[in-house]
Design a binder for this molecule. Structure first.
Ligand SMILES: Nc1nc2c(c(=O)[nH]1)N[C@H]1C(S)=C(S)[C@@H](COP(=O)(O)O)O[C@H]1N2
Ligand SMILES: [Mo]
Length: 317
């Protein structure tokens, strides 16, 4: 994506609250059945690769389009932390994703810190789904993700009733990710959903692609996949899930709110201010018409009832 303004941004510290609870495998065993678990902050010494591969394909989420080649999907990627070109996949290898401590905080019963490999065990059996992916830049792909319904994480987190949104944030490691030395970007990358969107059956937390653990360039160890929204919503390499009653301001929204809004639902009738959105270039060859909600209207339209009936334009912004 193209940015006009260059600004310097204050990066806020990722502070850890004193209530933080750190869950790792051994501590879970030690404290099983106890309430008021001891707190411990730091890196898990017992980290392990994510297991559960190969995933079982969920036949409900298959697709009429041909699958994108694994090579295209893993070498043509958007990951601005590593630079703004599509061929950053080698640079992304430098990111260390194990251990990977994830914080779940905000309007939840208890702040939780848990290694990604332990978190996935809490999210149920791994499944595979074929999803379309439509980037706001008008290219698209169709790929098999492996992971878990986001709703399982919402259940695990135990949100308070006043929580209306989930804000997601990725890492900030400018020495590893050279794009993060570009101080005019509001690092770290942030995205958000309403809790109702996160509970939609399609909202998915992916840990794998093509039957294997995610490679760094696709968002290892864990990323969001919301196939009815433009691709920038599907934040990679998530480090923090914060439940909140304020609509999160996302990375691209801060940079250019008229182009990359909070909702960002795929909508062929609403052109981007600088290009049309009615067609898409399919990775691997050809173009096809873009569909409302990227073809997932049946599953998601209820979430946007008023906007959907009153004014389709609002689906994007
Ligand atoms: N952290 C982070 N997540 C991100 C991005 C990014 O630059 N940084 N790019 C987004 C965009 S614009 C798209 S299209 C998708 C691309 O996912 P893929 O590279 O796995 O196809 O990731 C999204 N998630
Ligand atoms: Mo994108």
């Amino acid at each position: 994506m193209y940015i006009k303004k260059k600004k310097s941004w204050e990066i806020s510290e990722n502070e850890i609250t004193p209530e933080t609870i750190f869950l790792n495998r051994r501590r879970l065993l030690q404290t099983a059945g106890l309430s008021g678990v001891a707190m411990l902050v730091g890196k898990s010494p017992f980290s392990a690769p994510i297991d559960g591969f190969p995933p079982v394909r969920n036949q409900k989420y298959t697709i009429e389009r041909a699958l994108t080649s694994e090579k295209d999907a893993t070498t043509y990627t958007n990951f601005y932390e590593f630079g703004s070109s599509k061929n950053i996949w080698r640079k992304a290898k430098k990111l260390n994703t194990d251990p990977w401590v994830i914080t779940i905080d905000g309007l939840v019963e208890q702040t939780i810190q848990i290694d990604a490999s332990d978190l996935v065990k809490k999210l149920g059996g791994m499944e595979e789904r074929l999803y379309r992916h439509r980037c706001v830049e008008a290219w698209s792909m169709t790929v098999p993700w492996a992971g878990f319904p986001f709703s399982n994480l919402v259940k695990f987190a135990g949100p308070k009733p006043e929580a209306k949104y989930i804000r997601m944030e990725t890492f900030f490691e400018p020495n590893v990710a050279p794009g993060q030395k570009q101080t005019w970007y509001p690092w770290p990358y942030v995205e958000g959903l309403t809790i109702n969107e996160a509970r939609n059956e399609l909202a998915f937390l992916a840990v794998g692609l093509y039957g294997k653990a995610l490679q760094n360039q696709n968002g290892a160890p864990i990323r969001l996949v919301v196939p009815w929204k433009y691709g920038f919503k599907s934040i990679k390499s998530i480090k923090r899930f914060t439940f909140t009653n304020e609509q999160p301001r996302s990375f691209w929204e801060i940079l250019s709110p008229k182009e990359y809004g909070f909702w960002a639902n795929v909508n062929p009738w609403v052109p981007h201010p600088r290009w049309p959105q009615d067609r898409e270039r399919v990775l691997g060859g050809g173009t096809v018409p873009t569909q409302l909600f990227n073809g997932y209207e049946e599953e998601v339209a209820y979430l946007y009832k008023s906007e959907y009936t009153d004014n389709k334009r609002r689906l994007f912004y």
